[in-house]
Design a protein around this ligand. Structure first.
Ligand SMILES: Cc1ncc(COP(=O)(O)O)c(C=O)c1O
Length: 360
């Protein structure tokens, strides 16, 4: 039986990538050691991190005005690192669209003033507040969004237009490289790797070089300054070598697939297939406003919590794993990142049809 893993992250990786990593696991390029056993300063690892960076630059069409760095501590460390480096007593605008943007705003409060310019908290984060309602601060240090809300299942269908002079910052942890966007619209983009890009252990940060200069070095510890990573090729200290190697393999695979536009077309088709089915069913319900539904994390409910639990358990018996919704919101969630093939989504819909018939 084929197994399809719908986990929100760490999440499934492309099968071909896993096979390649398996083949190289104990003996990388016939050197007798696995990649994770090799020095980060050695001849074999440098080309790996260089390739990871070059792939990211090529796939997202990133200019020399931006640095691409690899940082440990996940996306959660970026919540505070961002504010430590770029807020420095000023005011930043945050659009509160879910638990992760909420956490990001809380961390930033330690380093300056946070203006929650808009929030959908009152309606359980079921939509993205319209840009026309945002109460922005003139001259803010930056403005922060979460492009895809992994728990609530919402996503900016169109990314915001930047305000002149205010760097736009995005947590793209759960939709980076799932669709094309213009990096030049952003001051900084960050993403934990463990959804679309590889295993956990590394966060990708793309930052405009002039912003790196804003840090007050007398206040920010060495390892928490962006400049430390930029100036040392992400190797001031020992980087997470295995996670970076996997990110290089995953992004190689993205290129082989035809790059982000090809992945985007596939992601759109997968999401449309699942949402079309949900829209046509009176058994399953999506709590999310149709215009803001995520193409990465599809959340839905059966008529009761008991049936949700039964659905998740029986789906697992049928090879469709990790469909339980986030513990904060319950229900069901199918995460369908770049590595999830259309066949996985079709298998899920077939199972949903059978489950509906048996439990109506
Ligand atoms: C949108 C978003 N931001 C941040 C995080 C936190 O990431 P990490 O566990 O890498 O700190 C997550 C985790 O799921 C997420 O989905």
């Amino acid at each position: 039986m084929a197994i399809y893993n719908f986990a929100a992250g760490p999440a499934m990786l492309p099968k071909d990538v896993m096979k390649r990593a398996e083949a190289e696991f104990t003996d990388y390029k016939n050197c007798g050691s696995g990649i994770m056993e090799l020095s980060h300063r050695g001849k074999l690892f440098q080309p790996v991190i260089d390739r990871a960076e070059a792939n990211v630059r090529e796939l997202l069409n990133i200019s020399d005005d931006y640095a691409v760095i690899f940082v440990q501590g996940g996306a959660s460390l970026q919540f505070s690192m961002l504010a430590m480096n770029l807020l420095n007593g000023g005011t930043a605008d945050y659009i509160d669209t879910g638990v992760w943007s909420n956490k990001a705003a809380k961390e930033a409060q330690m380093f300056g003033t946070v203006n929650v310019a808009a929030s959908s908290k009152e309606t359980k984060y079921d939509h993205i507040p319209a840009a026309s309602e945002w109460k922005l601060t003139p001259g803010a240090a930056y403005m922060h969004i979460t492009s895809n809300n992994t728990v609530a299942g919402t996503q900016y269908q169109t990314l915001p237009t930047p305000v002149a002079g205010v760097p736009l910052i995005a947590d793209m942890s759960s939709d980076i490289m799932s669709r094309m966007f213009n990096v030049n619209d952003f001051g900084m983009i960050y993403a934990g790797a463990q959804k679309n890009l590889g295993p956990s252990g590394v966060a990708l940060v793309i930052i405009r070089k002039d912003l790196v200069e804003r840090t007050d070095n007398s206040k920010v510890p060495t390892m928490l300054r962006y400049s430390t990573y930029v100036e040392n090729g992400s190797m001031f200290n020992t980087p997470p070598t295995f996670a970076i190697y996997m990110l290089a393999l995953v992004t190689d695979w993205f290129k082989e697939q035809g790059g982000i536009p090809a992945l985007e077309a596939r992601n759109n088709a997968k999401a449309a297939y699942l949402y079309d089915f949900l829209n046509g069913s009176d058994f399953y319900k999506s709590p999310v406003a149709p215009a803001d539904r995520s193409r990465m994390n599809v959340v839905f409910r059966t008529p009761s919590e008991e049936l949700d639990a039964k659905f998740v358990a029986e789906a697992k018996e049928n090879g469709l794993t990790d469909l339980k919704g986030h513990r904060l919101v319950g229900g069901c969630r199918a995460s369908i990142y770049n590595a999830m093939p259309m066949e996985g989504v079709q298998a899920l819909v077939e199972f949903m049809k059978k489950f509906e018939l048996a439990n109506k």
